[in-house]
Design a protein around this ligand. Structure first.
Ligand code: DAH
Length: 458
């Protein structure tokens, strides 16, 4: 599953790489590193709140976890669980909003953020990067997609990949008015540029429906950086072809590369780097920066020269500049040796007390309780989306569900039906889970799979 904006040019194959912890090689070996966290919020409380506990046979055509929570929303007056058309935010996700981990000085995410900001503040020149930490994660599709030239049919806009608050046209109809949890901090680029900010670092929590393992969590943090240039130095309004062929464009790209190479050295010490040509709809040309770290190439960020079309839409046709976006968890997992992305959300003092503002330290794992594995097999309905299953698992078991792997898949040609078998790994880090407790969770997941996702259990 790939939600990434890159390699999404028409006719281009997409590649799995949106994982906050990096590509394949950065996907921690979950077997050797498996470890869980204390629940960030009480899963039991969330479970009690979930309106999806009772099944929803009346909406058989649309899986219940895609329609979210009508009854609940009305009761709670929630901003993100509204029961509006297309609303698919669950109480579990709602509880993650507003934690502001990136603004906590002694939290690994806050430490990395400050370190990056220090670097940009230290750069020579008259440009001052404005810090924006508290932009609202609720945005509309215009900001998150249209302003960035991401087309209406882009896979990242599908309700299987994105948390929607409302889609006025209905669940499957994309429009500029859709309201959603931002899927990247690029969602604020155009607003900030249009408002006259010349250079900024904008950090925040972003949300994507996704699989479950040590490097994927439905919420993570990104930082977006933008710098505009003086038209006297790089040129003003010109058509796109002319701009791309110009010296000004070369100059902006060179400044971008020099700046970001410096950032890598600042974070990792002097490291070997390489530039990869990339595709993002909102930059042209686009690049990805990789560093050689711990014996392997690791993707650090995506970036590029801001697409003329993006600046035109901001009413800034006469301006040019660069932009980059990076995932804070990916960097923090590597720099602090944090083996599981869910640890960032824990309130456990054994985690939190290990980190101090300004210091990159090595995380010492503090406990390992045994995992428990449970398999579930079922025949898929026609429109089955694995992300709906993962979302359901999170709603039932919260952080006790450490990992979900597809372990078997086959198609019966006679019946023209496909079966999936998933292995669910349960584990708590505070305590040993009892058989009864896990069996109850597994049974609830099985029942809800059948009643809400319309699968045929085997
Ligand atoms: N928004 C992109 C993502 O979430 C990351 C990104 C790439 C941001 C290139 C940028 C950029 O500003 O220029 O994958």
């Amino acid at each position: 599953k790939d939600h990434s904006w890159k390699r999404r040019a028409p006719l281009q194959e997409c590649r799995a790489s949106r994982c906050p912890a990096g590509r394949g090689q950065q996907r921690m070996d979950a077997r050797s590193l498996m470890l869980t966290l204390a629940t960030a919020t009480s899963t039991a409380a969330l479970r009690a709140l979930s309106p999806l506990n009772s099944h929803c046979a009346t909406v058989a055509a649309v899986p219940a976890c895609r329609v979210a929570s009508r009854r609940m929303s009305i009761a709670s007056g929630s901003r993100v669980i509204t029961g509006d058309k297309g609303n698919n935010v669950t109480p579990y996700i709602e509880a993650l909003i507003g934690r502001n981990l990136h603004t906590q000085a002694n939290h690994p995410l806050g430490i990395i953020k400050s370190k990056i900001e220090d670097y940009f503040q230290s750069l020579q020149g008259d440009i001052k990067f404005e810090i924006r930490d508290s932009m609202d994660p609720v945005v509309n599709a215009k900001e998150c997609f249209d302003d960035l030239l991401i087309p209406a049919n882009h896979p990242g806009r599908k309700p299987s990949d994105t948390y929607y608050i409302s889609r006025p046209g209905g669940r499957d109809v994309s429009s500029s008015e859709d309201r959603l949890l931002r899927t990247h901090t690029s969602a604020h680029q155009s607003t900030l540029i249009a408002s006259g900010v010349e250079a900024f670092l904008c950090t925040g929590d972003v949300y994507r429906r996704d699989e479950i393992d040590a490097s994927h969590f439905p919420a993570f943090h990104q930082m977006e950086g933008v710098k505009l240039f003086d038209p006297a130095a790089v040129g003003g309004e010109m058509d796109r072809e002319e701009w791309l062929a110009s010296e000004g464009c070369q100059l902006v790209a060179a400044d971008l590369k020099k700046t970001l190479e410096g950032l890598c050295d600042h974070l990792f010490g002097e490291v070997e780097k390489r530039w990869i040509d990339e595709y993002f709809p909102f930059t042209e040309p686009s690049f990805e920066l990789e560093i050689f770290y711990n014996g392997d190439w690791m993707e650090v960020l995506g970036c590029g020269v801001i697409h003329s079309g993006v600046l035109d839409k901001c009413g800034k046709s006469e301006r040019h500049g660069w932009a980059f976006g990076l995932g804070l968890e990916r960097l923090a997992m590597v720099l602090f040796s944090i083996p599981d992305i869910r640890l960032f959300w824990t309130l456990d003092e054994r985690f939190l007390r290990q980190f101090k503002a300004g210091t990159l330290s090595t995380f010492k794992p503090y406990s390992k309780y045994p995992p428990c594995f449970k398999d579930v097999s079922f025949w898929l309905p026609d429109d089955f989306e694995p992300n709906d299953f993962f979302e359901l698992g999170r709603s039932v078991a919260g952080e006790l569900l450490e990992k979900v792997d597809l372990v078997d898949e086959f198609t019966n040609p006679k019946k023209a039906k496909t079966s999936h078998c998933y292995r669910l790994t349960y584990r708590s880090m505070d305590r040993s889970l009892t058989d009864d407790e896990i069996n109850a969770l597994q049974e609830t997941i099985r029942q809800r799979l059948a009643s809400e996702l319309m699968v045929e259990l085997r």
